[in-house]
Design a protein. Sequence first.
Length: 260
Amino acid sequence: MLLAIDIGNTNITIGLFNGDEIEGTFRMTTKIPRTSDEYGIFFYDILHSRGLHRENVNAAIMASVVPDVNHHIINGLIKYFNVNPIVVGPGIRTGIKIAIPNPKEVGADRIVDAVAAYELYGGPVLVIDYGTATTHDLVLEDATLVGGVTSPGIRIAAHALWQDAAKLPKIEIKKPDAVLGRDTISSMQSGLVYGHIGQTEYIIRKVKEEARLDKMTVVATGGLGKIIFDETDSIEYYDPNLTLKGLNILYNKQLEKDEK
């Protein structure tokens, strides 16, 4: 079985794969400092909760945008599972071409999302990840990643409101009943959700125009992506496990590379 680990700025998401089937997904907070033992024990407990043992895991792959935790997670996997994970980065086989001036600037999570969207939905495809930041990346029909858009995520925008405006409270991020808010909380929720919907639809339209595409599949992922997906016809698919699936695809590509 494969442990696929997506290390984001807010959460670490773990997927347990048996072949191409996801046996379970789990989350933990990224920003709490942990030792390699704590990570190893957490992964061990994940398996135990599924009635599995450490011997069931024979491989791991990880993508990270938080370099500070990489060392501890890698050591935890080695110490508790005797597994040295594949780390998504330069030199890894992806199956896509990155046609930007400095390919190393593209985050590992965006590469994984691009691979997953292209392999599962075909190209041209725009993949939108509603994470700490909201990212949009376009992969053409010939598997070329030609560029992207990065904007503050919904949670970042919400945090900025109540952090920098003294009288605005912390709120639950959800779609209000109407665009026009009747109180402070509903007006904030409206600005966050409907504002992000408007941004999404505009960026999709402009990307399609700029790339001169008659057709373009749009795939969304990320924790808050479902809220946006439910409110717009501009996104065809919402796949909450897209990044984990991409890690599994990349792992299999490395096996194919080794066999050649």
